[in-house]
Write a protein that binds this ligand. Structure first.
Ligand SMILES: [Zn+2]
Ligand SMILES: [Zn+2]
Length: 162
């Protein structure tokens, strides 16, 4: 294993509110005034497609706490493994994945942490749809595994941060 120096973004850091982020080209900028209610990895087929890789990792916040400051992310709607719709938005200019909203969690929006200006505080706490992860992928044994999207990260049942 290659040690990653803290400046490369691997060190835990304290979340400072509001936090900010944006896309790779700078066309889209956003700010969020509240701490995430949940942070997780999703391995469902729909997220695999959306990521272009193997899974999606997100920070779930109340939609009212997020404000797009500039730019207009474009959205793509798809029906996920749960059979419900998810709208995933991205920068129309550079393609950076930014947000997702879905029927599964009304009133909430998922932020893709790769778009955060400082993502060092981000730490997923669960792997959802874990059985869909590819066989070659080594999931973190320290994280709980869920077969689907658990209630704790669904809409009004989302748990406030401890
Ligand atoms: Zn962009
Ligand atoms: Zn998913």
């Amino acid at each position: 294993m290659i040690p990653i120096p803290p400046e490369a973004g691997n060190a835990a850091a304290t979340l400072v509110l509001p936090f900010h982020g944006g896309c790779a080209c700078g066309a889209v900028r956003y700010t969020c005034s509240e701490a995430p209610l949940a942070m997780f990895n999703c391995h469902c087929r729909d997220c695999q497609r959306a990521s272009g890789g193997t899974f999606v990792t997100v920070a779930l916040v109340r939609a009212a706490a997020l404000r797009v400051l500039q730019g207009a992310p474009r959205a793509h709607r798809s029906a996920g493994d749960s059979g419900r719709f998810t709208d995933r938005s991205f920068c129309a200019d550079c393609g950076t994945p930014l947000f997702a909203t879905g029927e599964v969690a009304p009133g909430y929006i998922a932020i893709k942490p790769g778009s955060l200006d400082d993502a060092r505080w981000f730490m997923p706490s669960i792997d959802t749809w874990a059985p869909r992860a590819p066989a070659w992928m080594r999931l973190d044994p320290a994280l709980p595994k869920a077969d689907r999207t658990p209630d704790v990260i669904r809409g009004r049942r989302a748990k406030p941060p401890a």
